[in-house]
Design a protein around this ligand. Structure first.
Ligand SMILES: C[S@@+](CC[C@H](N)C(=O)[O-])C[C@H]1O[C@@H](n2cnc3c(N)ncnc32)[C@H](O)[C@@H]1O
Length: 294
């Protein structure tokens, strides 16, 4: 099982703080994914989905829409889809496509449109799809999902299920921005991934991994959120950072060598420091393509 600092914490920041609360994690022995999969975590992931939608001005990068016609019947795959937020919204905006969401935990919607399909599946066991099926594959925040050795066979599988000319988007946070990481969350992410034999700086190695798997990277899009700037979306990210400290503090505190309670209690101070230091989070989107047949 993956390393996890303590599973329980007491917090004054949470509405359920008066009693000790146990967080819930998946129980798939073969997977090292170490973040929780309970309702609190799904709320956090939904909040992150909306913040990123704003940062990227919508569901799809302009380059994706330039190459693929989402008004036609594309086959779309969201790996590690969590609550299915991206699929649900995209399937309304582009109803002619078929959407498949795969995740190791089933936090899928109970009701969803006919053109959406959700599957409980561990991608380490391969992908349950025929060759050359998908036109677009999306992977959001995979930095804590796979061990280093699991990446090459996984990318080979993704490549297999994509049509020639199909696109894949990898969206990741840059964990190397340590000096500006006033809240400590990136440092903790880096450290826990390293202990779990995952790439602690996935953003630096992804281009090489993609190339080795046969993909051609056609766009690298970097966007930073500056905690010191008072614009609408940055405020949303400040709220997301506050949420991360409070909801994942039981992991981050111990990873930084302090108690969860101590770390969570310092939320206002950490956020103020992040604003004063103009701390940044940088997101990197890699858009790559399976080469077209010659
Ligand atoms: C950090 S969350 C990101 C969720 C969403 N993609 C996003 O961008 O917000 C990672 C997701 O990948 C899923 N996941 C982790 N390891 C997996 C595996 N081996 N197979 C399938 N899903 C996995 C987790 O359950 C979780 O929902």
């Amino acid at each position: 099982m993956p390393f996890r600092p303590k599973d329980t914490f007491k917090s004054n920041a949470d509405s359920e703080s008066t009693k000790e609360r146990k967080r819930i994690h998946h129980n798939v022995q073969a997977s090292s994914y170490w973040l929780p999969n309970d309702d609190i975590e799904q709320d956090r992931l939904n909040e992150m989905y909306f913040a990123l939608k704003h940062l990227y001005s919508g569901q799809l990068l302009p380059k994706v829409k330039e190459i693929l016609d989402f008004n036609s019947n594309l086959k779309v795959l969201d790996l590690g889809c969590a609550t299915g937020a991206w699929i649900l919204e995209t399937s309304v905006e582009y109803p002619n496509c078929d959407y498949y969401g795969v995740d190791i935990s089933s936090n899928f919607p109970a009701l969803s449109p006919n053109n959406t399909h959700f599957m409980l599946h561990n991608v380490i066991d391969g992908l349950p799809f025929v060759d050359s099926y998908f036109d677009y594959v999306r992977l959001g925040h995979w930095t804590s999902n796979l061990k280093e050795v699991e990446w090459p066979p996984f990318l080979k599988e993704v490549y297999r299920v994509m049509k020639p000319g199909a696109l894949m988007l990898n969206l990741e946070i840059d964990t190397m921005n340590h000096t500006l990481d006033a809240t400590g969350s990136l440092t903790a992410l880096y450290m826990v991934n390293k202990i779990n034999k995952m790439y602690p700086d996935l953003v630096s190695v992804l281009p090489g991994l993609l190339k080795n798997a046969g993909f051609t990277t056609i766009l690298t899009d970097k966007r930073s959120v500056n905690f010191g700037q008072d614009d609408h979306n940055n405020i949303r990210f400040v709220s997301l950072a506050t949420n991360i400290i409070q909801k994942l503090g039981y992991l981050i505190g111990p990873a930084l060598g302090m108690s969860a309670e101590e770390y969570i209690a310092s939320t206002p101070k950490l956020i103020q420091k992040a604003k004063d230091n103009h701390a940044e989070w940088t997101y990197v989107a890699f858009l790559s393509q399976k080469p077209k047949k010659k």
